[in-house]
Design a binder for this molecule. Structure first.
Ligand code: SF4
Ligand code: SF4
Length: 295
């Protein structure tokens, strides 16, 4: 089922159609065409579960598909910005490239962003991401370590102990498994149709690059190219097949016990602030209750 309501800045919910007809407040929270664009972007008519739907937790995708829910149009703007970036690039694709084509197999379907000679002579599969400096820091494997300064504390409780300072390292674990599975699945879909994929790259645009927090996370450029390694076809297919079966069973029986995993919940950050079906989810409801009690 689709997103049927908008959440106004006051926290009130309103049917999307009513909002588009007439805002009950003295002033709209954004331009009417922007709200129409957000509304149009929400509900896609794709029968088969997509690669991105299968990458989310089964509970989240199941609830998104079976219940009506409300979304904050302001938060949806980021997704709309993503589509705008796609459109901008689409107008400049040449005859050596393919873009935005939906491919499917017996498990799922996915629309890749770009394929072909997009970086150099090699056939590269590319994907655009608009993301936060936090996600970028994780994706790039940046982390901080304590490095001795050569000095010692002369007074206080730490007297005699070596002083340290924080330094960045860029060789940490790259937290990009979801992106890697997504691109590898597109790669498989392309290769099954006879297209050779030599490289996979993500072009990640940092949406909060102008803020100090981005500098504090060692993000020094608004855009990064992130290389994606090949994952075995067997593993990728097995993983997606398992997720597809789980979702299909949930849709057939009208229920699921598969709460999203810790990773799928972004260690609960998604349940707290970003999951549009958290109000309908047993875990989300319990989590929010716990937060209220703590507050
Ligand atoms: S324009 Fe904004 S404030 Fe007005 S009803 Fe729609 S979502 Fe709510
Ligand atoms: S609230 Fe958390 S566990 Fe529930 S569907 Fe959303 S992300 Fe998954």
């Amino acid at each position: 089922m689709p997103a049927t309501k908008f959440i106004c800045p006051t926290g009130q919910k309103i049917e999307i159609s009513k909002c588009l007809q007439k805002c009950p407040y003295s002033k709209r929270c954004m331009f009417l065409p922007t709200l129409r664009a957000v509304a149009a972007s929400l509900n896609r008519n794709i029968e088969q579960p997509t690669v991105t739907e299968l990458l989310s937790g089964t509970m989240e995708t199941f609830l998104r598909k079976t219940t009506d829910y409300a979304v904050d149009p302001i938060k949806q703007l980021y997704a709309l910005h993503g589509s705008a970036v796609h459109t901008l690039n689409e107008n400049h694709v040449d005859e050596n490239m393919l873009s935005e084509q939906r491919l499917s197999d017996e498990i799922t379907s996915g629309k890749f962003d770009l394929y072909g000679k997009i970086l150099d002579k090699e056939n590269t599969l590319g994907d655009y991401k608009i993301t936060s400096s936090y996600k970028l820091m994780k994706a790039l494997g940046f982390y901080k370590v304590d490095v001795p300064t050569g000095e010692v504390y002369k007074t206080g409780s730490k007297k005699g102990q070596p002083k340290t300072k924080k330094e960045w390292r860029t060789d940490g674990v790259k937290h990009i498994l979801d992106w890697a599975i997504q691109l590898n699945y597109y790669r498989i879909l392309l290769e099954e149709r006879g297209y050779k994929v030599n490289r996979m790259e993500i072009q990640a645009l940092c949406r909060d690059f102008n803020l100090r927090i981005a500098t504090e996370r060692n993000i020094t450029s608004p855009i990064y190219l992130i290389h994606i390694n090949k994952i075995s076809d067997h593993w990728i297919k097995l993983y997606m097949k398992t997720k597809a079966k789980r979702l299909q069973k949930a849709l057939e029986t009208g229920k699921t016990s598969h709460i999203c995993s810790d990773k799928e919940r972004w260690q609960d950050r998604k349940c707290k602030d970003y999951c549009v079906v958290a109000e309908k989810c047993p875990y989300g409801k319990q989590f929010k209750q716990t937060l209220i009690k703590i507050a």
